[in-house]
Design a protein around this ligand. Sequence first.
Ligand code: EPS
Length: 393
Amino acid sequence: MLRYLTAGESHGKAMVAIVDGFPAGVSIDSAAIDGELKRRQGGYGRGGRQRIESDQVQVLSGLWRGVTIGSPIALLIENKDYKIDRMDDLDRPRPGHGDLAGAIKHLGSIRGVLERASARETVARVAVGALAKQLLQPLGITCFGYVVQVGPVAIPPTPGTIDQQLQLRSQSVIYSLDPSKDAEVQTLIDSVGKQGDTLGGIVEVQVHGVPFGLGSHTQWDRKLDGRLARAVMSVQAIKGVEIGLGFQVASRRGSQVHDPIQFDPSQIDRPNLGFVRPSNNAGGLEAGMSNSQPIVVRAAKKPISTLAKPLPSVNLGTLQPQQASYERSDICAVAAASCIVENVVAFEIARAIVEKFGGDSLDEIQARWELFHRLARQKLKLSAALGSTNKTD
Ligand code: EPS
């Protein structure tokens, strides 16, 4: 089983992750992980912390000569803003943060809670996801995320190939697929920031090249849609997750929701085995299994809960009403969320790949991937349907 845990406080020495069950034989490019960490730090509206940090991963274990060996992979990202022991406690919990619930739960301090609840922890999750992508890449699976809404401003993705869309995203200061909306969004972020307030938004992730059959229909905790939803919902500040049409399914008739099934013999060599769908309202998942269409996941991020113009709270020392505490924060971190959710999704897909195709080595996974697709073509008599003379196919 592929799994990971993270540790680390926002202003502690470092953020760390241990990834267990990662297959052997994968060449690891730590510069590619650093590229993702840099993208996480960016996006218009980020706070002062990102000017202090320049996140870089150290891969402490699990590699021999740059290649995974099947043992646990320990990742470490130092916090340049390491100062936890010099920091005071807060006495007024911030509405929306974990301060109140966490301090009461642990019979402890707000500092002890906020340091771990902070979205700084996502640096470890992005490193883990970027590692997982290096397992997905040899299988031809790509995963990319972008912003589709900031506050009330919807930014529908510009259609195009993955390469064209990646190009658009790299041009947008907010990581959307329509850079022509950047100016409007920047003006909005600036004005909200001046008012001491913050902004949320919606991010979308697409996964291409997924085979049939990741996840399972047979048991609730094996359903891939449920596992993706759990992983994405667990990202700091995410309050809603949708797959495919998401909440829109409720108002449409069945005939307007379900994706017709067609067969295109020219595509039988692809992971879709020739089965094409003129729409993808299911977001690539039916009955908890991948159906070889792109997986599409959206997540709604709430505005950052640390407000420069704080909301009413209660002083935990005096129990008297008082404004919430303020600590340096971001105005809008939706762009960062698009990178975080992308990497969290990538990890869940990698985990499902390891389950279906084996977890010991990349070679075995690739061999079983080929075998599965060959057997599926055989079972479906795809060659016969095409009048092929190739008896082995
Ligand atoms: C973050 C680091 C944090 C915050 C933000 C995300 O740094 P600091 O607290 O030192 O300013 O900028 O954390 C939160 C949004 C939060 O609610 O805690 C980061 O590296 O992503």
